[in-house]
Design a protein. Sequence first.
Lengths: 260, 263
Amino acid sequence: MITAADRPTTHAAWPAMLPSLVVAAVVIWAAATTETDWNRLGEAGPRILEFLGRMLPPDLSVMPEVARGLAETLRIAVLGTLGCVLASLVLGPLAAARLAPAWVHRPVRSLLALIRAIPLLLVAMLMVGAVGLGPLPGILAVAVHATGMLAKFYAEALDDVDVAPVAALESAGATLLQRLRFAYWPQIAPVVLRDTIFRFELNLRESLILGIVGAGGIGFYIQTYVRSFQYEKAATVTLAIAIVILLIEGANGALRRWVS
Amino acid sequence: MMNTPGLLPILATGLVHTYVGNRTWALAGVDFAVERGEVVALVGPSGAGKSTLLTLLDGRLRGWHGAASVLGLALGPDRPPDRVRRAEVGFIFQEFALVERASVWRNVLNGRLGRTDPLASLLGRSTAADYAAAEAALLDTGIAELRNRRVDRLSGGQRQRVAIARCLAQEPKLILADEPVSNLDPLRSERVLSLLARTARQRGSTLLFTSHQPELAALVADRIVAMRDGRVVFDGPPERLDPTELDKIYRDEPLEHAPEPVP
């Protein structure tokens, strides 16, 4: 039998409803305070069609520039990945609880979290300010930004290692470097390769827009063509980027299957 | 006292240890010695302190009390032995402790790491002595044809042999083996244990192994040391290990003078 005392009281229900109320309040705040003329959505239909029409047919005469821009983006991604791998080979072990004492791995982990929290474009703008325009600030920005994630992944791989062979090699007289090479590395190699390939794919995707802030690559042409209303050329750039991304995605998928 | 430790591979007096959070002794005053070239079996019920004693003698236990010297040098309870010393004492782990994703050959060669130049070994270079020792260990353990196989593709018995081969490749003066055949069926257990004892004798190494099968241990050992509740309760030739002694070691009642728990 249910008595009045068994029923949840209104006081007890309030805390349970709180998260829903907070979400509702945030959505209402965002919608109500954004200065957007919602009526524009209604008359946008024909305009979007006209806009797409202006992208057709894509102007293929800019292919040489587009290819040059894409090649530079690829170089930025490759060298940026190399940079973040080198940095992570040092910072990863320092962030691993198994290899570094707490007074080392805690601050290193905090530093990596801080780096991850800064968006790539922001890092790139700072690098442009520091070393000037061109691919160099792009490479540096990718290297710094990606280290925040990659070093964390390397540290996690090191912390997941089976310690028994490590102890066995130590017992046989192996030094720390020998244990890293012959007990840790064989165990973490597939994970490290997989994570590095994944990070390279992310680096390539994120480098595409670096040119917008002057940090080199195809992004410069996106910026130029859109700002100067040359939509047929922008369409060529968009198509080329889509094709490259699909190719890289396929290649990385095959590579990852081969590693595991 | 000044000279004897140098002559004995193992000399231990009054070894005492308790694990953090445990209220009983893992080692409750262990005195024993092993002579050069001896094959000694350490038997007793599980929890008797056999593995703890072996780990201590390998220099991997911290915070113990008493005095222990291994191959003539005193062990300290607060620091691991140096590299040369670690290379001279071989340890065979109960769960093999092999690098699963590496080949048999690489795992056996890992036993040489303490004896090679650290930088050269990192570059993948080993000396002729390393290759010769690893080759001999493969042959002695009968796994030469498995050399290129990856360890994670091997059976338990094959892994056991790889673990023994890695230890033999180390060319240790003293071999400590923690339940070296516990993962094998009875027939294979006897075969592998005989192999271990035989190769140790051929090479003039001293062998101390633990076993929870006293009958099996008696087949290969020169001497049996039995532990119970952290103490040595029997020490003598295998022939003296009769049913009365076995009953004393393995019966369920606690010893009459059980040690006081640590406060």
